[in-house]
Design a protein around this ligand. Structure first.
Ligand SMILES: *[C@@H]1O[C@H](CO)[C@@H](O)[C@H](O)[C@H]1NC(C)=O
Ligand SMILES: *[C@@H]1O[C@H](CO)[C@@H](O)[C@H](O)[C@H]1NC(C)=O
Length: 362
């Protein structure tokens, strides 16, 4: 899904959706008092928001980037939880062609500053995520990008505006109820809300977003991981030396990046558990699927998974687990919108959202 060629950041299936809304089908009535108006509003100072800001800055446009936290690239202050990026930092290519070299550098953003490349921040092929946070923060400062930090937008809607060709203006407010308006709105928030499916017993699970990253906490435990993407394997890799067993189950089969050529699928850097599974050690990946009929139950302080999938009737999986971890990806935060059921988007953006959620659910 290479809709944003080359400079895409895909971490364990996260897609940094860069959605440009400049058309719409519906205008939500009332006028709002506005304290600040810009031609372009960008929501989110992650890689895509900063990159967009860079080009607007360069071309002298009136823009502002709203960031809900105090840091550029805030997602990466927490994720990946075990802190190793899966985007390669290929520093040497033997070539001098900048385009070519940039194609092999999966982390740096485009800019005219030669030294503003991730290769000067780390020698690791898969750097620590803090390195990316530092880089993104430098990128924002060195390019003087206009970011308003600690500004959490919500209530996005459109008001009629007959003085512009599109006949509408976007309005929104921050957590202090300050109002903002803009002619063009770019939502660059990516997918950052944990995807939590609704099946019975889901509350018995611990989420990837809050599990312990200390392997000692899994010493001698039997662990079931829901999910078979990069975050699931990253978690398994971090604990499989301490656990009795790690079992994994998801809605779809494992998709190996080296087979599918999609960078968001399972990357070799995380796939140690494939070995222990295929070499008949105790870890296992169920050749079965999570379905709507799946149930998690608790019995004597242990947890069990119940599914109607006949393939799942496998001796190893009938045991109960000490911990069930949910690693099922992230979804788009539609609470940004005044009416999440009818956000002021046009068709393309809506279908991206759906695609993105499907993409991350397994
Ligand atoms: C940002 O906020 C976090 C807590 O949310 C805090 O630990 C950190 O020191 C803050 N950083 C800056 C630069 O203010
Ligand atoms: C209408 O759009 C123009 C141009 O973007 C802007 O200056 C003006 O404030 C807008 N009016 C309202 C009511 O939002």
């Amino acid at each position: 899904m290479q809709f944003f060629p080359k400079r895409i950041f895909i971490q364990f299936g996260t897609i940094f959706a860069l959605l440009v809304f400049n058309s719409l089908t519906k205008v939500d009535g009332q006028t709002q008092q506005t304290s600040s108006h810009h031609d372009y509003c960008i929501i989110g100072a992650g890689p895509s928001g900063l990159q967009m800001g860079y080009f607007l800055e360069k071309s002298g446009r009136d823009y502002i980037i709203f960031e809900r936290t105090n840091t550029s690239g805030n997602f990466f202050t927490k994720y990946p939880r075990h802190r190793t990026l899966i985007s390669i930092n290929k520093r040497n290519t033997g070539r001098t062609n900048k385009e070519f070299n940039m194609r092999h550098d999966w982390n740096s953003l485009l800019s005219d500053k030669e030294h503003l490349k991730l290769r000067y921040y780390s020698k690791e092929m898969f750097p620590h995520a803090d390195v990316l946070v530092k880089y993104l923060s430098d990128f924002q400062r060195m390019n003087n990008l206009n970011v308003q930090f600690n500004a959490e937008m919500s209530n996005i809607q459109t008001v009629r505006n007959d003085s512009v060709k599109e006949k509408h203006t976007f309005t929104m407010s921050d957590q202090y109820n300050n109002k903002y308006a803009c002619r063009w709105l770019i939502v660059a928030t990516g997918l950052w809300k944990p995807n939590i499916p609704k099946f019975d017993g889901i509350e018995l699970t611990q989420g990837y977003e809050s599990i312990s990253i200390n392997a000692d906490d899994f010493e001698g435990k039997s662990v079931l991981i829901l999910g078979r993407g990069n975050s699931a394997f990253e978690t398994a890799n971090a604990i499989y030396g301490a656990t009795n067993v790690v079992h994994m189950i998801a809605r779809s089969r494992v998709r190996l990046a080296w087979a599918t050529h999609y960078v968001g699928d399972l990357r070799a850097v995380n796939n140690g558990v494939l070995d222990t599974y295929q070499l008949k050690s105790l870890d296992g990946i169920a050749e079965a699927f999570l379905s709507d009929e799946t149930k998690l139950m608790s019995k004597n302080g242990k947890y069990q998974l119940v599914t109607d999938d006949e393939f799942f009737d496998n001796f190893a999986f009938r045991e109960s687990y000490d911990v069930i971890i949910r690693c099922l990806g992230f979804t788009f935060d539609d609470e940004l919108f005044y009416n999440p059921y009818s956000p002021p988007l046009f068709g393309m953006a809506q279908s991206w959202k759906r695609m993105a959620i499907c993409e991350n659910a397994g």
